[in-house]
Design a protein around this ligand. Structure first.
Ligand SMILES: [Zn+2]
Length: 445
């Protein structure tokens, strides 16, 4: 006989990418968002950089980028026009919730979740990964990066992947996740939906298209809630809506590598491709990450830092600050293969490209880029939302400000797991007191 027993708890985490706390009043007019927001909700500060892959990895590790190693969406690869993203779960430098859950015998699934490709521990992974070449190559790499069980779901729902100049995974990811909830009923499922983020990038922060994206996502939330009911797991499932960053209106695009090329720190061949380089600015949305060639000498390093100081001082160049790596580590728990970061004047989007004009602004006829972006320092501007409902969660509580790392630590706590060396804390204020069971539960023979 056991003296106490922990009631079974399952966890469904849905990332509505780029949903912010100021979206809650509108979201509450939509039936399924409203149901989840009846629980507890509030604001969650991102880690630096306020972009998708680092923050989603914090939500599964409880660590900042220094701990988990996902320092940006893309890997720094000077001279590559289309760098690889951090698709691969094996790039994560610390244990994930999926690893810890597996050790405790819990079953896990992730759909569209960043950095879950080739996962060593997920039972079912249908990761986020694409090939810009088209739908067929995207499907091929998605099958390759999925776990064997995930691949079966890919094949079952492949026709629901949309393609409209680029991938559209929302419909597909929802269908896969609902199917997994009904068929495999895992203890833990993480799902990533990007429609709101995509609409914001393409059309602006608060447009009719963003509103439509919320309405579409609300319908998908309804499908997931229905799947839990069908599986008979709704009463024991804690549900979270998380997000990874807000958005800031873009006013201009800066190609800092074109400035580095003018000064001879980036050198081009006859075709205009990068032949060699001493320094490189890795575009990360509204900040640029300054990378020095591993073999660059001290003189080069000093010259590059002096140039960056000139940019900050020059009103022609929309860079308002340089933050050295030591400061970024101390203030934001960030590290990576960089000297530090360039912070743009509000709304300056950094591109990796080194050719063409180095500055293109919104009033320019040539401007054909994103209208809204993120990657800024995380305490700035509108904050991400964190909402939870379910058997472990109080109704009507408000979180003034937690962090994305706190979310992971809270998820671990709800599942009876503990994250070693976590940078976050349990968001206690939303939790119901643990139930005290009156009757001992007989153990199975
Ligand atoms: Zn995002």
């Amino acid at each position: 006989m056991t003296e106490t027993a922990r009631p079974r708890r399952r966890l469904l985490v849905i990332s509505v990418d780029a949903m912010s706390v100021v979206d809650v009043p509108f979201a509450r007019t939509l039936p399924h968002f409203a149901r989840i927001l009846e629980g507890s909700w509030g604001s969650a500060e991102a880690i630096y950089p306020s972009v998708t892959y680092p923050n989603h990895t914090s939500q599964t590790t409880g660590r900042t980028a220094d701990g988990h190693g996902i320092y940006a969406n893309e890997k720094v690869t000077p001279g590559e026009r289309i760098p690889d993203w951090f698709w691969d779960a094996r790039d994560i430098a610390c244990p994930t919730l999926f690893d810890l859950a597996k050790e405790q015998g819990l079953s896990t699934a992730a759909v569209g979740w960043p950095a879950t490709g080739w996962s060593p521990s997920l039972d079912i992974a249908v990761p986020e990964i694409w090939d810009r070449a088209g739908l067929e190559p995207t499907l091929a790499v998605l099958r390759e990066a999925a776990t064997p069980r995930g691949r079966e779901y890919v094949d079952r729902h492949a026709q629901e992947i949309g393609w409209d100049r680029k991938h559209r995974f929302g419909r597909f990811n929802t269908a896969v996740a609902a199917d997994i909830l009904r068929t495999d009923a895992p203890d833990v499922l993480f799902l990533h939906l990007v429609d709101v983020d995509s609409a914001r990038h393409a059309t602006g922060r608060f447009t009719a298209e963003v509103k439509e994206a919320f309405e579409r996502v609300d319908g998908w939330l309804g499908e997931l809630l229905a799947a839990l009911e069908d599986a008979g797991t709704a009463a024991e499932t804690d549900i979270a809506i998380v997000s990874d960053h807000g958005h800031v209106e873009v006013g201009r695009v800066l190609r800092a590598n074109a400035l580095l090329a003018r000064q001879g720190f980036v050198r081009l061949d006859a075709d205009g491709e990068v032949s060699s380089w001493d320094a490189w600015v890795h575009g990360c949305g509204l900040t640029g990450q300054l990378h020095l060639h591993p073999e660059a000498d001290e003189t080069t390093r000093e010259k590059v830092l002096a140039l960056v100081e000139d940019w900050v001082a020059d009103p022609e160049v929309p860079v308002q600050a340089f933050h050295p790596l030591t400061d970024m580590h101390e203030d934001y728990g960030w590290s990576g293969p960089f000297l530090g970061i360039l912070e743009g004047v509000s709304g300056t989007a950094f591109q990796n490209l080194w050719d063409g004009r180095w500055l293109i602004d919104r009033f320019d006829a040539e401007y054909e880029f994103l209208l809204s972006q993120h990657g800024h320092l995380p305490e700035q501007d509108i904050q991400a939302v964190f909402a939870m409902t379910g058997p472990s969660i109080e109704t009507g509580r408000r979180i003034t400000r937690c962090t994305v790392t706190d979310e992971a630590v809270t998820f671990a706590h709800l599942l009876g797991l503990e994250i070693p060396d976590a940078d976050g804390r349990v968001v206690e204020e939303i939790l119901r007191p643990a139930p005290v069971l009156q009757e001992a539960v007989p153990q199975e023979a």
